[in-house]
Design a binder for this molecule. Sequence first.
Ligand code: GAP
Length: 444
Amino acid sequence: MADTALMDKLVSLAKRRGFVFQSSEIYGGVGSVWDYGPLGVELKNNLKERWWRSMVHERDDIEGIDAAILMHSEVWEASGHVSGFTDPLVDCKTCKNRFRSDDARIKGEPGQPDAQCPVCGNKGTLTEPRMFNLMFKTFMGPVEDDASVVYLRPETAQGIYVNYLNVMQAARQKIPFGIAQIGKAFRNEITPGNFTFRTREFEQMEMQFFVKPGDDDRWFDEWRELRMQWHKDLGITPEKLRFHQHAADELAHYAKDGFDIEYQFPFGWQEFEGIHNRTDYDLSRHQECSGKKLGYVDTVNNERYVPYIVETSLGADRLALVAMVDAYREEEISGDKRVVMAFSPQISRINVGVLPLVKEDGMPEFARRIYDDVRLQYPAFYDAGGAIGRRYRRQDEVGTPYGVTVDGQTLDDNTVTVRDRDTLEQDRVGVDQLLAYLAERLGE
Ligand code: GAP
């Protein structure tokens, strides 16, 4: 059953501590669009950087690009999004709300007299389902006519396909090879919700791997396993991860096979990454519609073919949500309740909090010097405000694994206390040993 209370608590913590804010909040907010605060942007950037490092920097066979959001409108005709990227919707003629026709809250069949609107409760007011395109549409230049229509991209993948020959030639790659990209995508989702899970503006981390037809099944299996392992290595609870293979009626219009990687959210098992075998659908369509040859010439084996594409498509916002949900714990320790974001060291970007306990005797300045040394090595924050109990609570809620306290004893023996967020154990460590102590636990 959906644990809405838990999601409510997470949304409230995310706002209180500066992970995620509702967009345009002072105007009452805008539907399913979110802004990342100081900690949220660090979290998301950390996840994006890790993905980029593992995809692009640690492999010789993948190149990166950053394609524009706005593309020629024919791209979306060729990709099938203009005709096929649609949801069946029904409107209530009384309350004017709009629903997906398969919305579980609708009683009866939309369009029929007994169908009941889930919002106003009226019967017979729901229209027959009509197809609604999910792409945001706008106009390029000063004239608002059909010739100037452009779309906000609903996936980053197409920017890779139309550049595949450019990249291959410029980077002197040969098949098999891949192209990776991180960027914004937009979908006018009709049933958005569950915080940042389904939003209208989001970020994707997509990698398209170009292979010889016939080698696609092998590469598909390989990427499926690599991607699952990547999430486990990130420290996500393995028991909360699973694959879901798409049945024939779930497959996207371009796919021969598809697996989702799902996480067990408080609102159920849901996809956060998709691995798809897109065959030669995209390149063949772009070849047909642009009139440009997009085939690959294998000069060694004297072969010519349109490559197949194995895609890995991960939502940066959904991954950040997985990281937050997975880290959230409510604990009771010796009668005291605490909320802790138990991020793994790979996920937590801010690793050390430095907390001066005493305001006199040059202690804050001393603590500040420690903070300056630590932050050269590890992302850190300095927190001098309020009672120490409250500062520890803040440290727990933002998920900082180690808190360094500069206290009365520091001046006497040049030591500080290091508090472990998870075990709550406190070690006294010589200031000259602090970096080595942290390195042992956080890595160099
Ligand atoms: N290029 C393939 C593609 O876009 P998708 O399954 O539609 O496939 C891939 O999307 C990933 O993008 C999803 O697994 C999810 O993480 C993210 N995503 C898609 N729609 C989203 C939305 N409305 N809000 C947040 N993330 C979304």
